[in-house]
Design a protein around this ligand. Structure first.
Ligand code: SF4
Ligand code: SF4
Length: 319
């Protein structure tokens, strides 16, 4: 397999560089109430990693000082961090757009029932994982009973206006239930809308598609099933140069639970730090250097450029 960086070189594309830091994606910890088969992080209930309040205060200071427009909170289940509410309240005071990647079932956990109202009060945009509109594929990927719990969580959010009101954005995140590329986003969104509304009276704004990255627990599954090489070949042969302009690492910077900086959550999962010579922790943040940094690439990057492309905000190219 031609290494990803060599492929770009070979095709005549210049070094990939960031163009801005419009989004700070903050990973609040790897603890999660679920342990999904496709998780790129190996997150789960026993993971001890959690961001401390000192690191959270450093993030708030960076957002304030450099006027970062959007903070995207992820995990694990970000809401399991004991300082989640504190962070959201402080970011809201700064006028920052706040986004949370919510696995839905967390809203039904004891002690977390207040979260839907909390999200609403702070106008938190939600991106909620729902890999399919049917029970079986969801429960196979995410655990028994997850589909029904997800529906219950979505109903609670809908009752507060999420999925309908323009300032209570509720987006869903699809990922394939196996080793294949996501289908076209638009038609799939229509099927999700029809099925979820028709069968369960559930409303949402947008559906994003995300490819299963060949790392973490999904890589273990590919290896166990002896299809890792085949999956990688599919990603390599699906390389689409039209995705390069929109790669999320060009406008996003990822902050790990321990305050280290990465080009994206996937590089964080692989412990692939920023290029040498750049600030490496949130305490050293410098927008001038980080906003035009060279991106640290690896073969997993083929996962972002295959087909119509893939990112935390969905597809990257038209088609
Ligand atoms: S995929 Fe999301 S919900 Fe599932 S274990 Fe990983 S972090 Fe948790
Ligand atoms: S995995 Fe994707 S987002 Fe991360 S550095 Fe590679 S191309 Fe960029």
């Amino acid at each position: 397999m031609l290494p990803f960086a060599r492929k770009l070189e070979y095709l005549g594309y210049p070094d990939l560089k960031a163009e801005s830091v419009n989004i700070l994606q903050v990973n609040l910890g790897w603890r999660c109430n679920q342990a999904c088969k496709h998780c790129h992080l190996l997150a789960g209930p026993q993971r001890p990693e959690q961001m401390t309040k000192d690191t959270i205060d450093e993030i708030i200071e960076v957002v304030r000082r450099w006027s970062i427009p959007t903070v995207d909170l992820t995990g694990g289940a970000p809401e399991l961090n004991p300082h989640y509410e504190y962070l959201v309240e402080r970011l809201d005071q700064e006028g920052t757009h706040i986004l949370t990647r919510c696995n839905l079932t967390i809203l039904l956990e004891p002690g977390k029932e207040h979260l839907p109202e909390f999200f609403r009060d702070h106008r938190v945009e939600l991106v909620c994982s729902l890999p399919y509109y049917q029970e079986d594929p969801v429960d196979r990927l995410r655990g028994a009973g997850v589909f029904q719990k997800s529906l219950e969580a979505l109903r609670r959010l809908n009752r507060l206006g999420y999925g309908e009101s323009p300032d209570l954005r509720l987006n869903l995140m699809y990922n394939p239930a196996g080793a294949f590329l996501p289908p076209a986003e638009g038609p799939l969104e229509e099927v999700f809308r029809r099925e979820l509304l028709g069968r369960h009276q559930i409303r949402f704004h947008r559906l994003f598609t995300l490819l299963n990255m060949p790392i973490g627990r999904f890589k273990e599954f590919l290896k166990r099933s002896k299809i890792y090489e085949r999956y990688m070949r599919m990603l390599v042969s699906g390389f689409n140069p039209a995705t390069l302009a929109g790669l999320m690492c060009r406008s996003l910077l990822s902050v790990a639970w321990d305050g280290r900086l990465f080009d994206c959550d996937f590089n964080q999962a692989l412990d692939l730090p920023l290029s040498t010579g750049l600030p490496q922790t949130i305490g050293e943040f410098d927008l001038d250097a980080l906003g035009r940094r060279p991106i640290r690439l690896g073969d997993h990057c083929y996962g972002c450029t295959a087909g119509l492309g893939s990112s935390c905000g969905g597809k990257l190219a038209e088609g």
